[in-house]
Design a binder for this molecule. Structure first.
Ligand code: SF4
Length: 354
């Protein structure tokens, strides 16, 4: 099996070059081709010696996944379904809005958190993605942009619980944000988590500037236990305290995501409890009207219910916005495209990772 270029580091590639009798500085050239010049194949790296291009082609691959499907929605949202080298499928999305070019990547195959309204968690988690598979999603989507256009934002909000895959995720993001990667600003990266307090504190201790988004979805322990089963183990109070700790250490306002489900967590009393919970905190609430998943019994609230919910939360002095749904026509909710594919091609058995 060939070695995946993005799972290694420039130092590791340099060591291989030395073993093969080539100068190690070619490692820098290779990564420059991939990150800056959008190369997807060693044969296009025209300033490398021909013998070296051949050696790379025999032992290495630039990308370890291949594109199984590429959807483009009428609103311009593009979604890739990628097959990993072990046949497992992941998905990632590119969204364009005015001058923003945002990519949303997955962190795991499947998800072990079991949120009852989510397509990604239906079959549990199969495995964590590697550093290379994480970086690769960003590069594959970036390479869809016209020459000269750059990505502006990166969100880790696709399939999976990002902080359950902590070390590879941080390694991938740090690389993307480094001058030898895409030189991306850390403040333009959002890590979304269902709320794993110990991992949130570990992230705070790293002193990065990544933006943290906590998927709250309910303002009380009781309701959150029903919607986000992991809450029974972690507890809403500890999630909020860990979010406070992240803010105090990083100085970055935390966003709380709240998927709004008709008749379940969209009532005025839910909005009022949410406002009480977050009042006097440096926090922002992002309300996400539910994007229905075939086979699941949840519905999007009416526009009137959404307006009422927002107004009650805002009335408590909490900053709140409503996320626009992008790419609804191409199943852009996390896990949906992969799931619709799985009907055609059954996937490997589920082996929980955490
Ligand atoms: S909503 Fe997020 S954390 Fe919950 S099951 Fe889906 S992917 Fe996992």
């Amino acid at each position: 099996m060939k070695r995946a270029l993005l799972d290694e580091s420039p130092d590791q590639l340099g060591a291989w070059l030395t073993e093969q009798g080539f100068p190690p500085f070619h490692a820098r050239q290779v990564y420059h081709w991939v990150f800056e010049r959008r190369a997807e194949d060693f044969s296009t790296m025209s300033d490398l010696p021909k013998a070296l291009r051949g050696a790379f082609g025999a032992d290495w691959e630039v990308f370890s996944t291949h594109v199984t499907r590429h959807h483009v929605a009428p609103d311009g949202t593009e979604k890739l379904l990628l097959s990993c080298s072990d046949g497992r499928r992941i998905e990632c999305v590119l969204m364009a809005e005015e001058d923003r070019r945002t990519v949303c990547i997955s962190s795991q195959v499947g998800c072990g958190m079991g949120c009852v309204f989510c397509a990604s968690g239906l079959k549990g988690v199969e495995r964590n993605l590697t550093k290379g598979e994480l970086v690769e999603q960003v590069l594959r989507l970036r390479n869809l942009l016209p020459a000269g256009e750059r990505l502006t934002n990166l969100v880790v909000m696709g399939m999976g619980e990002s902080l359950a895959n902590f070390d590879p995720l941080i390694a991938a993001l740090d690389w993307i944000c480094s001058p030898s990667g895409l030189g991306f600003g850390q403040r333009r990266v959002t890590i979304s988590t269902v709320g794993l307090p110990e991992r949130m504190r570990k992230l705070a201790a790293l002193d990065r500037q990544y933006h943290l988004a906590v998927s709250l979805h309910a303002p009380t322990e009781e309701l959150r236990n029903q919607l986000v089963p992991i809450n029974e183990r972690v507890g809403l109070r500890d999630v909020i305290e860990a979010a406070d700790a992240y803010f105090h250490r990083s100085g970055r306002q935390v966003t709380f995501e709240y998927v709004l489900l008709r008749g379940i967590n969209d009532r005025p009393l839910d909005a009022s409890a949410l406002g009480d919970l977050l009042q006097r905190r440096k926090a922002h609430v992002n309300v996400i009207p539910y994007n229905p998943v075939p086979g699941l019994p949840f519905e999007r609230p009416s526009d009137e219910a959404i307006r009422r919910f927002v107004s009650v939360v805002r009335g408590k002095g909490v900053s709140v916005s409503v996320r626009k749904t992008k790419g609804r026509e191409i199943d852009a909710a996390c896990g949906q495209l992969r799931r619709s594919e799985a009907v055609v091609q059954p996937e490997a058995a589920v082996a929980p990772v955490i």
